[in-house]
Design a protein around this ligand. Structure first.
Ligand SMILES: [Zn+2]
Length: 191
């Protein structure tokens, strides 16, 4: 049997923007990191939102929520009005599922999905997005400086000066490009 490799996940500390990062390089060669329903199941499990199953239409719905969060976050970062269709999708997802916050004996927070369905999981992601978009949390929604990425991320650094959605990918690529450009300049001066 052929082994199929799927793109790895980019996981951050913020649920809503980790979710929007399942599609990367939106302004370049877009990479879909949840190409099949089973990969959404995997992603949800990694993020403490284990579900029993996922159909293609649930995956489509999840992607619709994802792009709505991305659109709304981009609007907030650009200080534009929120797109009403995105707000509608986020609110629908938030109200459609049911989940409860659970305090564990170790003192951390977990989510209990009422029916372990994709809808329950999406309601948690939508609620997380709402708290970000409503400006309830300490930090700022920014867009990645990489022109092929432009991912929305939540900057919690002091002074909110972060430029990249992810230092290990976009940040590093920019650093490498700058390094090579400098090297070329130096060698052309020497030659
Ligand atoms: Zn980026």
């Amino acid at each position: 049997m052929a082994v199929v490799y799927f793109p790895e996940f980019r996981l951050g500390k913020v649920l809503a923007t980790s979710f929007t990062a399942t599609l990367s390089e939106r302004c370049g060669e877009a990479l879909e990191r949840i190409p099949v329903p089973s990969r959404l199941v995997d992603w949800l499990a990694v993020n403490g939102l284990a579900v029993d199953s996922c159909t293609q239409s649930q995956l489509d719905h999840a992607r619709e929520l994802r792009e709505s969060i991305h659109a709304a976050a981009t609007a907030v970062a650009n200080q534009d009005p929120l797109p009403s269709s995105a707000v509608q999708v986020i609110n629908d997802c938030s109200t459609r599922g049911l989940a409860s916050a659970i305090l564990t004996a170790e003192g951390s927070r977990e989510w209990r999905l009422s029916s372990a369905s994709v809808e329950d999981a999406l309601s948690v992601i939508a609620a997380d997005a709402i708290s970000l978009l409503a400006g309830e949390r300490e930090g700022k929604i920014s867009l990645c400086a990489s022109p092929t990425c432009r991912a929305a991320f939540f900057d919690t650094s002091r002074g909110c000066t972060r430029r990249w959605c992810d230092m290990n990918t976009c940040g590093n690529r920019e650093k490498k490009a700058r390094f090579l450009a400098n090297k070329r300049k130096t060698s052309s001066l020497a030659g």
